[in-house]
Ligand binder design. Structure first.
Ligand SMILES: Cc1cc2nc3c(=O)[nH]c(=O)nc-3n(C[C@H](O)[C@H](O)[C@H](O)COP(=O)(O)OP(=O)(O)OC[C@H]3O[C@@H](n4cnc5c(N)ncnc54)[C@H](O)[C@@H]3O)c2cc1C
Length: 507
């Protein structure tokens, strides 16, 4: 059954995870003020699925069960599903900055593909196990933390070569009824207030790394799990106009000999499929990141327009202000358009699901991850220095300074100075606070560092087709076109799995 935000918060009381924040053990996650903005952010994804105006985007029919599920837990079956998911992620992130749950969508879709591929190659039975798990997660409308990024230790070494094997999560022991895992996942968004973790490998592996190629589901309070997390957003800070209400915690998750029964294990030692899971999850996730940061861009565009108005300026009359706003819009809608293209040119998978086009998903994420810094610059450009220079909220009530500050820190006559101050603090929160840094770094590294995207773009882009085009134009059709493989090495097939139909000519 679909939960709302209040149900979700209450449901956290059924769990008793071992959580530390700022060096202190948390007694009750549901009641902890330091985690409140994160629970509220995740709550948006629950509440919006129940609002009639958002239901079409935020809920979907699951093909394998016929049931209505939250979009954030749905398996995509068509390019329309991908477009709706993209829009849904933008919607929840407009409201919350980051609602976390699209990571679960991306992991569930990636695991579905990898388990099917593994069963087809090795005769295992992971896919049916996973489908049973998926349906339970959807029926109970769970929040899933994505435990993929290992601590990794020395980056130049493979998992099996590390001095301390616990910098990667690995299988320590195989028992008749399940496996024992240990190791560390270093960055898990929303970790303290999830119901379960999906543990997944974070890189391609060699045969020697088989014990590290593990994918499984673990309840947050399974014996041996410890979560060491940061506060969510900027709880309790009066100046934090947005992130005192919404913001995500990130946590280190330590697995100290955790038992996982077989029905919750979806890969165990299959290194090739482990690598495939990493890249298929990454493609889904980069597509979602595009939607997420478009929602963040919407907040900057809106706050920028309000700041300009409060400053007494008019973009129609002041060309450089309009240009900065148009540049901001160009960046946001430019990378979002790549998300749309990735949805339209999706590829069908043997599991029955669809995956966003790899090149467009990676190009969009790459544009977003580097241009996030330009987004902040443009927002600062139109706003002025007040966003960091404005005295703190305590001054608003200081009888000795409040009136004189209000008299001189106003802008346009019909915009109260208190309103200008509110927008300036909102802008500071999103672009110049430590929470603003969080949005920059998640944009840059979340879903993989820029190098990971560049590798995928180069691996998948049909450069040889472009070469053939130029050779033909040069009248040098020297290659055997019948045997040409049009993709880079490592690509599954020559043409892509779903070639879009050309529009029919008008009758
Ligand atoms: C706010 C935030 C939230 C996140 N949430 C989640 C989450 O919920 N779940 C999750 O699993 N992950 C999450 N991530 C992790 C994210 O996927 C990683 O940050 C990303 O994959 C990069 O890994 P890293 O941080 O370990 O950086 P590193 O891998 O250390 O990368 C640092 C730099 O070193 C380079 N580098 C690394 N290894 C090599 C190498 N072998 N050779 C050459 N260059 C190398 C990289 O290209 C990069 O430029 C989150 C990240 C952030 C910032």
């Amino acid at each position: 059954m679909l939960m709302n935000a209040a149900d979700y918060r209450e449901s956290l009381r059924r769990y008793n995870p071992r959580v530390f924040v700022n060096g202190k053990r948390i007694d009750s996650v549901a009641d902890e003020p330091l985690l409140k903005p994160g629970i509220a952010g995740v709550g948006v994804s629950y509440d919006f699925a129940q609002l009639p105006q958002h239901a079409a985007l935020m809920a979907a029919r699951q093909g394998t069960s016929g049931k209505i599920v939250n979009r954030m837990l749905h398996i995509d079956e068509s390019s329309t599903d991908l477009l709706y998911k993209l829009e849904a992620v933008r919607l929840v992130c407009q409201e919350s900055g980051c609602a976390q749950r699209y990571l679960a969508h991306d992991a569930l879709n990636g695991i579905l593909q990898a388990t099917k591929r593994c069963d087809d190659a090795h005769g295992t039975d992971y896919h049916q196990r996973f489908l049973a798990y998926l349906h339970r997660v959807q029926d109970e409308d769970l929040a899933l933390g994505i435990a993929m990024t290992d601590a990794k230790g020395d980056r130049s070494k493979h998992p099996g070569e590390q001095a301390n094997p616990d910098v990667y999560v690995h299988v320590k022991e195989r028992r008749p009824d399940g496996i024992i895992i240990r190791g560390t996942k270093a960055i898990v968004t929303g970790a303290p207030y999830m119901h379960e973790f999906l543990v997944m490998p974070c890189r391609t592996m060699t045969k020697e790394d088989a014990d590290f190629a593990v994918c499984c589901a673990v309840p947050v309070d399974a014996p041996g799990v410890t979560i060491v997390a940061k506060p969510a957003g900027r709880p309790g800070e009066a100046a934090a106009k947005f992130s005192a209400k919404y913001g995500q915690s990130v946590g280190v998750v330590i697995f100290d000999d955790v038992f996982v029964p077989h029905e919750r294990v979806f890969l165990d030692g299959e290194t090739e499929e482990g690598g495939y899971l990493t890249t298929s999850y990454a493609t889904h996730h980069r597509h979602s990141c595009i939607g997420a940061r478009a929602g963040f861009g919407d907040l900057l565009i809106g706050a920028g327009a309000l700041m300009i108005e409060a400053n007494g300026l008019d973009p129609d009359r002041h060309g450089h202000i309009r240009d900065s706003m148009v540049d901001l819009i160009k960046i946001v809608e430019g990378f979002f358009a790549c998300g749309v293209a990735a949805s339209v040119y999706c590829m069908k998978d043997a599991s029955g699901s669809v995956m966003p086009d790899t090149v467009f998903a990676n190009v969009g994420k790459l544009l977003m991850s580097t241009q996030i810094y330009d987004m902040h610059r443009l927002a600062h450009q139109v706003s002025g220095g007040l966003v960091v220079a404005l005295p703190g909220p305590d001054e608003d009530h200081n009888p000795e300074t409040a009136a004189s500050l209000a008299a001189v820190l106003g802008g346009r006559a019909n915009v109260p100075s208190a309103q200008r101050a509110e927008v300036a603090r909102f802008m500071e929160d999103l672009t110049a606070s430590h929470q603003a840094g969080w949005y920059s770094v998640i944009s840059l590294h979340g879903g993989g560092s820029p190098e990971a995207m560049k590798r995928e773009i180069w691996r998948n882009y049909p450069v040889t087709d472009r070469v053939a085009l130029v050779e033909r134009l040069l009248d040098r059709d020297v290659l055997d076109r019948g045997q040409r493989v049009s993709k880079q090495p490592g690509r599954c097939c020559a043409t892509g799995c779903e070639v879009p139909e050309l529009p029919a000519a008008a009758e």
